[in-house]
Design a protein around this ligand. Structure first.
Ligand SMILES: [Zn+2]
Ligand SMILES: [Zn+2]
Length: 151
């Protein structure tokens, strides 16, 4: 069952327009319905908002988020909150980053503290990463693990 949703996330990732990574995410409700989808792209898909190529002066980097586009997870969460606000509680988020040939890549350890807080705060219960197979992590644990990454 989990594998299917990682495949769905990989399909969504094909639409990613970020220059740095191709990521996709789907959110699945407790009754096993996909309630949110997202891929990483500039805000609103607006090219004037693209920051993928921006090079920051080392002492002037954005402090709370050094990445560029709207993350696939943020877009999936916004999508779910807009269309199925009653169903995000207790749901499961699946994340997938695909390679140039569309194959699955390993997510590695959690490290995005923005996604980890947003997933937890929005009521998502499980955060799914692909690491040789499905790795399903409680969002409370996921958030703490994301901070541990930098210790
Ligand atoms: Zn980008
Ligand atoms: Zn993130």
């Amino acid at each position: 069952m989990h594998k299917k949703y990682f495949e769905d996330a990989a399909t969504v990732a094909k639409y990613a327009t970020c220059y740095r990574a191709r990521c996709g995410s789907v959110i699945v409700s407790k009754r096993n319905v996909i309630i949110g989808r997202g891929y990483n792209a500039p805000p609103l898909g607006d090219e004037t908002q693209r920051t993928c190529d921006v090079e920051y002066h080392t002492d002037k980097k954005p402090k709370s988020d050094k990445t560029c586009c709207v993350h696939a997870e943020w877009n999936a969460i916004i999508d779910a909150l807009k269309n199925y606000p009653e169903e995000i509680e207790g749901s499961t988020l699946y994340f997938m980053r695909i390679a140039g040939d569309n194959s699955f890549t390993e997510a590695g350890d959690p490290y995005c503290t923005v996604c980890s807080r947003l997933a937890l705060q929005s009521g998502i219960r499980w955060f799914g990463l692909w690491n040789g197979g499905p790795q399903m992590i409680d969002t409370k644990k996921y958030n703490l693990l994301s901070y541990d990454f930098y210790r």
